[in-house]
Design a binder for this molecule. Structure first.
Ligand code: CU
Length: 377
């Protein structure tokens, strides 16, 4: 893996170095990406009042075309299903990778999804989808499954070698994903350009980081991690392990702690627009539990002029949605083409509740993360 070890300045940074937006650069000696932290809400720019138009009209469920070049998995074409986008968004990363559509034989499993090899091609990373559920979108009307809530699932166990961190300075986070026999898994599919995606966030939904640890030959994943403030954090590993020829799409989570006085930060109020790195980012659409709805993200410069959103990690954006209360996790990818310059996701909310949505996107070669609070009724 490339060694990109130079610390970068605060703010926007080259895409190849990181994924999230926030303000504090984290030097990542061993990871390909640098993470930064989301600003605390009290430092979050005020929402614009002139955000995106209210909505996009009737949702049109349909096939999305094209490939984003993501996957290693041979191509099951969503198109083949020919029907309403079934990708169920929202279910924890796992399944999203989908399982094809209309005939999912298994119930969704939040922590892991077993995908026998023959059906591994049943999903296509190039299609909009959610990682983490096996349920076809809209099949139940009961919302999407979430991932990241358990240390184990489907015979895999997330095993952090250390879970206590000092506040405000980097420490190596090492962990393994142990297979059914106990030994660390060493074979993973590359999904969206990476074999494993790691989300770290404090329990109050501040300090979001999206990192890409690097794996040693023995299956130990490592990344330098800085947890800025005291509190309990959640690490969520999102990956597809290959075990005995089976592909296990999983999102497993563990707590990490920083000793000290913890003062939970209240989430910012719900808003449709925010500002990050000098860009205005808004969204249209309203997530509900009963159905999968479109969400369209618009990025403009500070003067409100549209800017060009570029592909990043095999897609025009990455949407991580975390539920307040348990940090239930959903990771969604957008349609493969921009829609009037907008990045279009499809999402079904897992339940009523309050969520924080994090949208990673790239403009002019640099990656930013916009975040919004969303209340689903
Ligand atoms: Cu990632």
């Amino acid at each position: 893996m490339p060694d990109e070890t130079q610390a970068t300045p605060v703010g926007r940074r080259p895409a190849e170095q990181r994924h999230s937006s926030e303000s504090m650069p984290i030097k990542d000696e061993n990871s390909e990406i640098e993470g930064t932290r989301e600003p605390h809400p009290d430092r979050t720019p005020k929402p614009n009042t002139d955000g995106p138009e209210a909505d996009s009209g009737a949702p049109r469920l349909g096939l999305m075309g094209g490939g984003d070049g993501a996957p290693a998995t041979p191509g099951f074409r969503f198109a083949a299903i020919g029907a309403l986008l079934v990708v169920v968004l929202f279910a924890g990363y796992g399944l999203g990778r989908l399982n094809g559509g209309t005939t999912d034989p298994q119930a969704a499993t939040p922590a892991g999804t077993r995908q026998p090899t023959p059906t591994a091609s049943a999903f296509d990373e190039s299609q909009p989808h959610t990682h983490g559920t096996t349920a076809p979108i809209g099949s139940t009307g009961r919302g999407a499954a979430v991932g990241g809530l358990s240390l184990s699932g489907d015979g895999l166990t997330l095993t952090p070698l250390i879970t206590t961190f000092p506040g405000g300075r980097p420490q190596r986070l090492d962990f393994t994903i142990n297979g059914p026999g106990g030994a660390p898994v060493t074979t993973y599919d590359v999904v969206h350009d990476k074999p494993l995606h790691l989300i770290v966030i404090r329990r109050d939904l501040t300090g979001f980081q999206h990192l890409h640890p690097v794996m040693a030959a023995d299956g130990t994943w490592s990344v330098d991690l800085t947890l800025a403030e005291p509190g309990v954090y959640r690490m969520i590993a999102d990956f597809t392990a290959v075990v005995g020829g089976e592909r296990l799409v999983s999102t497993l989570g563990s707590d990490l702690t920083v000793a000290g006085d913890y003062t939970p930060v209240t989430l910012p109020d719900p808003a449709r627009a925010t500002t990050v790195d000098g860009l205005q980012v808004g969204y249209e659409g309203t997530p509900v539990t009963e159905s999968t709805q479109p969400l369209l993200m618009t990025v403009t410069d500070s003067a409100g002029r549209p800017v060009t959103v570029e592909p990043y990690l095999g897609a025009f954006g990455h949407l991580v949605v975390l539920r307040q209360g348990d940090l239930g996790y959903v990771h969604v990818h957008p349609e493969t083409q921009l829609v009037d310059g907008k990045v279009k996701f499809w999402l079904a909310a897992p339940s009523p509740g309050t969520y924080r949505m994090f949208f990673d996107f790239q403009v002019a070669g640099k990656v930013s993360t916009a975040a919004w609070t969303v209340v689903v009724s």
